[in-house]
Design a protein around this ligand. Structure first.
Ligand SMILES: [Fe+2]
Ligand SMILES: [Fe+2]
Length: 194
């Protein structure tokens, strides 16, 4: 089969009905897609991988099933092993080596895109004016977006071997491009702080 973004979106939405989970997939896709363009890699494959990395989370919400029990479904649907292996490698509990640029990029964008998304949501003027240093500051506040694993964010940056500020800036830019879809546009939000 030919891997396309559209096909991956179809698979994702077939298994994932939750709006926040779809948004998470779109946010990670934005970052991974930006890296594919930057590195001159196969953008369709990279975008599809990002869209599908948590496709089975709704049906397999526990780590004894996610993402490993999703793999046979992807295989059945005809997705290539390169994509399936990358999907599996994002899960720390499977201890699979992240030995390709796609695997490293997916891992580096997964937790951080959720965190940058959260940073954008609390800004009255949206994500456009968000700066990497403000994201780094919030990473040091354990109570902000507490569910985001800071160690994974750090490990992702180290494995991808990128400058933290450049990495954060790329993710901000990628999310900003899709701010409407991600609910991150500028608007008046009474009571929210910048
Ligand atoms: Fe996951
Ligand atoms: Fe994820």
């Amino acid at each position: 089969m030919e891997v396309t973004r559209e096909r991956a979106w179809e698979t994702l939405t077939e298994y994932t009905k939750s709006e926040p989970l779809r948004r998470h997939a779109l946010a990670v896709e934005a970052g991974v897609g930006a890296y594919a363009a930057k590195f001159g890699e196969d953008e369709a494959l990279w975008r599809a991988t990002a869209l599908l990395h948590d496709f089975d989370y709704e049906i397999h919400p526990t780590l004894d099933k996610h993402p490993q029990d999703g793999a046979p479904i992807l295989r059945e649907q005809g997705y290539p092993e390169e994509l399936i292996e990358a999907v599996l490698s994002h899960a720390g509990h499977l201890s699979m080596p992240r030995d390709t640029p796609l695997k490293k990029t997916l891992f580096a964008c997964d937790e951080l895109s959720g965190f940058v998304h959260a940073c954008g949501l609390v800004r009255p003027d949206g994500i456009e004016t968000l700066e990497p240093k403000s994201v780094r500051k919030k990473l040091k506040q354990p109570s902000f977006a507490a569910a985001v694993d800071r160690e994974e964010v750090q490990r992702g940056i180290e494995e991808l071997e990128v400058d933290p500020d450049e990495h954060i800036a790329l993710i901000i830019g990628a999310l900003a491009e899709r701010s409407d879809e991600l609910g991150l546009g500028a608007r008046a939000r009474p009571g929210s702080e910048s």
